[in-house]
Write a protein that binds this ligand. Structure first.
Ligand code: GLN
Length: 495
C-alpha cells in the first residue's frame, strides 16, 4: 500500500478506463483513497448502472433510459455509504442485465482488463472489469442467472451471489424479480465478507428481504480458518449427462441441438482449472464427494422461460410516459408507447419481451410457464437433498456443506470473426452452471483458480440458503494458500 496523492489515483483510473471503458459515469469528485481506513471507510466502489444512486445515471445500459437520473438511492448503496464508502461511478452492463458479455449495452463496449480484445463477461461486466483493473476494491452487480459470477470469473475476481432475499433489492431495476439478487464483485474474500456484512438484512422497502435465520452460521464466526468440509463435486459424467439432455430437450433442428450441447461443454482450460480447484481444496483438508444433479439438465430452458416471463411484465413500465426518452412526436398514447419502445429497446431486450409474452399467453401457460415452475421446484429439491434446507433444523445431516461447480464453459471470449466469439444462442446454453443457484435461491461464490493463456478461470461453490459464511470461510482459506492473480499494470491502492 503506497501512500498516494489523489492525482496519482485519478490518473491510474483514467489510464485504465481509456482501455477498458468500464464506466458509464464516473464521479468528478475523487477523494484520495484513505490508506489507514478501517473496514469500508474511505473506500471507493462502483455500482452497476441498474442500481439506483441518487443524482447518478440509471441507464440500465439502454438507450431508452440514457438520460435518466436516479431520484433515490438503493438500500444496499445507502448501507455502504453509511459505512463510509463512496460511489466512484456507475458501470456498464448488458441492457437490463440481459446477456453474458456486456456487449448488449446500448451505451458503450467494455473490454476485459486481461485482454482488451475480449469481453469482460456480463451482465455486470463493467463492475467486474473495474475491480479487476484495481480502479475500485469492490463493486455491486446484480445476478439473475449468473451476471455477477460469470464476469467475476472472466475477469479474475470474486463474485458473490447472495441467497435470495439476503440483500434488499430496493433500488435495483427489476429484470426477473424472483431470480435476482444484488451481488458483490471484490478483490479479496475478506473484502467480500465486509461488504456482504454491510449490505445484507431485512429492509422494510423490500418485502422479499430477510435476515439470516437463527441457525445460520455467523458471518464472523470461529471458522475463518476453514475447518474441513464435505464438498460435493459435480462429476464429469453429471456434466456430460446434463449437456446431452439439454440438447435433446431443445425444440429445433439437430444443428441447434448440437450447438447447445457444444456450447455448454467445458473447454480444456476450464476443465483443467476445475481439476486444479479440486486438488487444492482436497489438499486444504476438505473431503470431496462426487454428486450428480439430474435436474440440472432442465436448468437453462426453465431459467429462460421464467426470466423472460418476468421480464415481459417488469419492462412494461417503460412506456415513455413516466420514464425514458420520448419520440419527437406521436399520434396518440399507444403510438407514443410503440415509438418509445421501438427506438429505445435493443434487439436482445425485444426478443426476450416477445418470448416472455409468448410463454405467458393463455392456453400456453401450462405448457411453458407452469412447467418451468415445476422444474424449478425440482431443482430446488435436488439441491436441498444434498445441502439441507433453509430452516436449519433438518433431522438428517445434509450430505454436503457446499457444491463445487464450473462457472462458465469458456474463459473470456472474443468478438466478431476472431474465432474466439460465442454466438448469442451459445451464450444462453452456457448459462447452465450459473442459473441453477438463481432457480433454487441459493448463495454461490465464484473465485479465481487459474490463469490459462493469460486469461482467468474461475469456479464456484454453492451452499444452502444463508450459508454465505461457510462459502466465504472456505474461499478465504483457499485464498490464503493461493492468492488471486492481477492483470499487468495492476496497482493496489488500498490495504
Ligand atoms: N446470462 C444470463 C441472461 O442473459 C444472466 C443474466 C443476469 O444474471 N442478469 O439472462
Amino acid at each position: 500500500m503506497a501512500s498516494t496523492a489523489p492525482e496519482t489515483y485519478r490518473a491510474y483510473c483514467t489510464q485504465w478506463e481509456e482501455r477498458i471503458n468500464a464506466f458509464i459515469e464516473m464521479s468528478a469528485l475523487c477523494p484520495m483513497p484513505e490508506p489507514q481506513a478501517k473496514g469500508l471507510a474511505g473506500l471507493p466502489f462502483a455500482v452497476k448502472d441498474n442500481i439506483a444512486v441518487k443524482g447518478f445515471s440509471l441507464s440500465c445500459g439502454s438507450k431508452l433510459l440514457e438520460e435518466l437520473r436516479a431520484p433515490y438511492t438503493a438500500t444496499a448503496v445507502q448501507k455502504l455509504e453509511a459505512a463510509g464508502a463512496w460511489v466512484l461511478g456507475k458501470t456498464n452492463l448488458d441492457e437490463f442485465g440481459m446477456g453474458s458479455s456486456t456487449d448488449n449495452s446500448a451505451i458503450k463496449q467494455t473490454n476485459n482488463p486481461w485482454d482488451t480484445s475480449r469481453v469482460p463477461g456480463g451482465s455486470s461486466g463493467g463492475s467486474a472489469a473495474a475491480v479487476a483493473a484495481g480502479i475500485v476494491p469492490f463493486a455491486l452487480g446484480s445476478d439473475t442467472g449468473g451476471s455477477v459470477r460469470q464476469p467475476a470469473s472472466f475477469c479474475g475476481v470474486l463474485g458473490l451471489k447472495p441467497s435470495y432475499g439476503a440483500v434488499s433489492r430496493y433500488g435495483l431495476v427489476a429484470y426477473a424479480s424472483s431470480l435476482e439478487s444484488i451481488g458483490i464483485l471484490a478483490d479479496t474474500s475478506a473484502r467480500c465478507r465486509a461488504v456482504f456484512a454491510a449490505i445484507r438484512g431485512k429492509d422494510p422497502l423490500d418485502q422479499t428481504s430477510q435476515d439470516a435465520p437463527a441457525g445460520a452460521a455467523p458471518l464472523y464466526g470461529n471458522d475463518r480458518a476453514g475447518s474441513p468440509k464435505v464438498i460435493g463435486v459435480l462429476s464429469a459424467e453429471a456434466i456430460a449427462q446434463a449437456l446431452a439432455a439439454t440438447a435433446a430437450s431443445i425444440e429445433g433442428s439437430p444443428g441447434t441441438r448440437e450447438t447447445a450441447a457444444q456450447a455448454a461443454l467445458l473447454e480444456k482450460e476450464v476443465r483443467q482449472g476445475f481439476e486444479l480447484a479440486k486438488t487444492r481444496l482436497a489438499a486444504l483438508g476438505h473431503r470431496l464427494v462426487e454428486v450428480n444433479i439430474p435436474s440440472l439438465k432442465y436448468g437453462v430452458p426453465a431459467y429462460y422461460t421464467i426470466a423472460t416471463a418476468e421480464a415481459s411484465a417488469n419492462l412494461a413500465r417503460f412506456d415513455g410516459v413516466r420514464y425514458g426518452r420520448r419520440p419527437p412526436w406521436a399520434e396518440n398514447p399507444d403510438d407514443l408507447i410503440d415509438k418509445t419502445r421501438e427506438a429505445g429497446f435493443g434487439p436482445e431486450v425485444k426478443l426476450r419481451i416477445l418470448l416472455g409474452t409468448f410463454v405467458l399467453r393463455s392456453g400456453f401457460q401450462d405448457r411453458y410457464y407452469l412447467q418451468a415452475q415445476r422444474i424449478r421446484a425440482g431443482i430446488r429439491r435436488s439441491f436441498e437433498e444434498l445441502l439441507g434446507g433453509a430452516e436449519y433444523q433438518d433431522r438428517d445431516a445434509p450430505r454436503c456443506d457446499a457444491i463445487l461447480m464450473p462457472v462458465f464453459p469458456t474463459r473470456a471470449f472474443g468478438r466478431g470473426d476472431t474465432g474466439a466469439a460465442l454466438s448469442p444462442f451459445a451464450q444462453k446454453a452456457a448459462d447452465l452452471y450459473t442459473c441453477c443457484a438463481n432457480l433454487a435461491g441459493l448463495p454461490a461464490l465464484a473465485f479465481p483458480v487459474d490463469l490459462a493463456g493469460g486469461l482467468p478461470v474461475g469456479v464456484q461453490l454453492l451452499g444452502r440458503a444463508f450459508s454465505e459464511a461457510a462459502l466465504l470461510d472456505m474461499v478465504e482459506a483457499y485464498e490464503q494458500a493461493h492468492p488471486f492473480p492481477h492483470p499487468a499494470g495492476y496497482q493496489a491502492f488500498w490495504p
